[in-house]
Each structure stands twice: as C-alpha cells, then as structure tokens.
Design a protein around this ligand. Structure first.
Ligand code: MG
Length: 453
C-alpha cells in the first residue's frame, strides 16, 4: 500500500500528484472517517491549487454526509485553535507548510486541535485505498456549506488575551513581520498592532506564487528581511513559514535565532510567567542540547522525542506536564494556549518577554551558550545508514546517548545526531561543539565511519 501520509499530512506537487480526483477521493475518505453529520472546518493557506483542492475535498466531505464549515484563508494554528475552542469534530487544512511553491497538501486535525494520530491516519489510508467510502443516501445529504469566516478574528483575540497588552504597549516596540506572502498576513500584523507595536510588514500581500521569498525561513530566504530589520532599527523581526505555525526571530543586530535558541529564552520566561507550571520541556532529538545547559539551574527536564511536531504535541497532551514544546525549525508550542506550533502566539510571548525583562533580543542571544554547528546530509540507503548508527552507538557506549531516532551522543562540550531521513535515502548529520576544532574532529570521525561502510 502506498503511504499517503508523510510526517505532516499528505503532500505533493499540484496537478501532478495532487489532482482534483485525488483530492475528492481524499475528501471522501476523510469524511467517511469522521462520519455522517460531523462538523468539520475546511481552510487553506495561499498556495496555488488551494482553491481547487479545497473545493474537491469539500465535494468528498459532502458526499459522505459531513457538515462543512468553510473558513477559507487562515493560518494553520488559527484553524487548529478554533477547531478545539468552538467544539468542532475536526478540520481539514489545505497546506504544504514550508514546502516549495509547487507543492500543496492536506492536513487532518482532530477535535482537540492537534493533527490526527498515526493510527487514525492509517484508518483514513485504508478507507482511501480500499475505496470504502460512506456514500450517503440522497435524502440525507447536506445541501449547503456554512461560511465560517470568523476564524482569524477569534484567533487574534485569543492570542492577544494571553499576554499583558499594557506592558507590551508601554515599551513602544517597532518590529518587522515577514509572513512569506501567505496567510499570516491576515493575523500576525494584527496581533502586533493590537499589542500597541509599530509594525512594518514585508512580503505582506497574498501571493500564491511566493515571488517574495521561499515559504521556508532559511538564511537565504531571510537575507533581505534581516537587512530590513537592521536598517529600520527595529527591536526584532519575525518570519513565518507558508502556513504560519513557525516563528523565526531576527534580533536587533540582524542575526537569525533558530527555533532552539529562541525556545531557550522563551522557556526561561515561561518559568517566570507560570511559576507553578511543571518544569518539563518537550522537543525533538534534532534540537540543540543548549536548552539543558541554559535551564539546568532551574531544574528543568528536557524530554527528547523523535523528529515530528505531531509526536511532540501528542506527547505533551498525553502527559499533561509540559511547560512548553518546540522544534529547532521555529515551531514553538505553548500548552496554555494550545498544544500545537503557533507562530502568532510565539511572537506575542516574545514581545511580552522583552517588555518584562527590559532587554534587547541581541543581549539575550549573546547570553546563550555559544556553539559551532554543522548540518549535513550524506546520500545513503537505509541499510547502510543503520550500520553507521550501530558503529557510533558502539564507539560511544560510555557516553550519554538518546536512541529514539538514529543516535544522539551528548558529550561535555559537544553533541551530535546521526539519523536516517524519514523520506529520502539520506543520512542526516547534525553536530554542535564548543570549538571549531572539536566540531571538525567529530565530523571527520563520522565521515571515516561512512567511508568504511
Ligand atoms: Mg508550517
């Protein structure tokens, strides 16, 4: 059986993989899964194909007797928030998140606002493959779609309510927002303005072709944004991905903070904001260990999980003891708001933190442990990748290891992660070390092992 769902929904190139027929069948499978008369929100990001995919998915849903609430353009976290808060049975979001512009996809959200579990994905895949669609008898079909265009308003209000508006307003912040020409155009500048912040938006029109920049925040795609932050002498810049669940910050000196860096600072602030909260932070093995170092004195325990935001969100909800969760790509999860990544909420928290501590983001960045890092990938089949990992496990058997997704070795002044890619024939290698020399040595050692195999 073809595996439909990847790490985060069903994705593919528009009109090659994602055809109208495919989307309608997927809608039928999703509708059959949720069942007749279930209430489902359907929304999308700005991507090309979004319009026909949404309409095809709705066709499938209606055919299976679902009540469809169409919110159209909205960031993923806004739809997730409203799904849970307004008591819907689920949501279908047409998005390919950070992928290149020619991609689109479908994410299925459960009634708790989190992406459905892997088990439920499997059930939908089975319905799809075996074409066990629930085709409703003609006289039970719903003949209207409910327009539900209140999602962005409700979301903005919910985010703004969770921070101290007066405190932020009194600081007179000036920020640059880069929503990547997609749906956070509709929410993030509003959140900031409602908090009394002066906002300059770049890539601020809705553009399905992403001509402003690639939907993924990277050093290359943010090069103009960083320059604008410094030339406007802004307090910070924030850049989202295509569906607005990631927030990557740029400090007042124009430096990019990756998600594990900003998460250190945010987690420390949350300890202060919620002193009674459990001291547990959830993240994937691909995040830096500096979070442990930075928060050690506060007794914070870091729970390492395999790579994938859904697994982090589900683990946090299940255990119920998380201060926060995050991914190094800029996905930050604040459970008091919702368990999933939320770019707008992350910005609001960062503004409150800066207002409360009366510090510049660059000062906070400079306080973080300094590490040299390298991220690389080596083309290699899964069998060989597994062998490389076995050799490393053996070689570093006297060191602290996390064996959840490949192998992560944690030494005194370095850490590294070697894991097979989930989607491509690649070995992914991430190393961080206190000195360049140490970094080089570890990389050479891994490359030697690769050559030996
Ligand atoms: Mg995303």
């Amino acid at each position: 059986m073809n595996k439909l769902f990847g790490t985060d929904g069903v994705r593919g190139v528009v009109n090659e993989f994602f055809t109208p027929i495919f989307a309608a069948k997927l809608g039928q499978a999703i509708g059959s899964f949720f069942g007749e008369n279930s209430r489902i929100i359907v929304g999308r990001d700005v991507r090309v194909g979004g319009l026909f995919i949404k309409n095809a998915v709705i066709a499938g849903l209606l055919s299976s007797g679902v009540k469809v609430y169409d919110c159209d353009l909205a960031p993923t976290p806004a739809i997730q928030y409203v799904t849970r808060d307004d008591g819907f049975d689920g949501a279908v979001i047409i998005t390919a998140s950070h992928n290149p512009p020619q991609y689109n996809g479908v994410k299925v959200i459960d009634s708790d606002g989190i992406e459905i579990s892997r088990d439920k994905e499997r059930i939908i895949e089975e319905i799809f493959t075996e074409e066990r669609f629930n085709r409703i008898q003609w006289n039970r079909l719903h003949e209207s779609i409910y327009e539900y265009r209140v999602v962005n308003d409700k979301y903005v209000k919910a985010v703004v309510e969770k921070v101290d508006k007066e405190l932020i307003k009194n600081r007179g912040f000036k920020i640059v927002v880069d929503p990547a020409n997609s749906v956070s155009v509709l929410t993030t500048p509003r959140i900031a303005r409602e908090l009394g912040v002066k906002v300059y938006t770049i890539n601020g029109d809705l553009d399905p072709y992403f001509s402003g920049r690639e939907p993924e925040p990277t050093v290359e795609s943010l090069s103009k944004t960083t320059t604008i932050v410094t030339s406007l002498k802004a307090d910070l810049g924030v850049a989202h991905d295509g569906d607005g669940d990631r927030a990557i910050f740029i400090d007042d000196k124009g430096r990019i903070l990756w998600g594990d860096r900003s998460a250190c600072i945010l987690a420390k602030y949350l300890l202060e904001k919620h002193p009674d909260s459990p001291r547990r932070v959830y993240t994937a093995v691909s995040s830096s260990t500096i979070i442990e170092e930075y928060l050690r004195e506060y007794g914070v325990e870091v729970v390492w999980l395999k790579v994938g935001s859904v697994d982090i969100a589900r683990a946090m909800k299940e255990k119920g003891d998380a201060l926060c969760g995050f991914e190094e790509n800029g996905g930050f999860m604040y459970p008091k708001h919702q368990f999933v990544r939320d770019g707008g909420m992350t910005l609001a928290l960062m503004l409150e933190l800066l207002a409360s501590w009366r510090k510049k983001l660059s000062e906070l960045y400079d306080d973080l442990p300094r590490m040299f890092s390298v991220k690389t990938k080596i083309p290699m089949g899964r069998d060989k990748a597994v062998k490389v990992i076995e050799v490393l496990r053996e070689k570093y058997c006297n060191y602290r290891q996390v064996n959840i997704d490949g192998v992560k070795i944690i030494g005194d002044d370095y850490w590294f992660l070697v894991r097979p890619s989930g989607t491509e024939p690649l070995l992914r290698v991430m190393i961080e070390a206190r000195s360049e020399d140490r970094l080089r040595k570890i990389l050479d050692e891994i490359l030697d092992i690769v050559r030996g195999i």
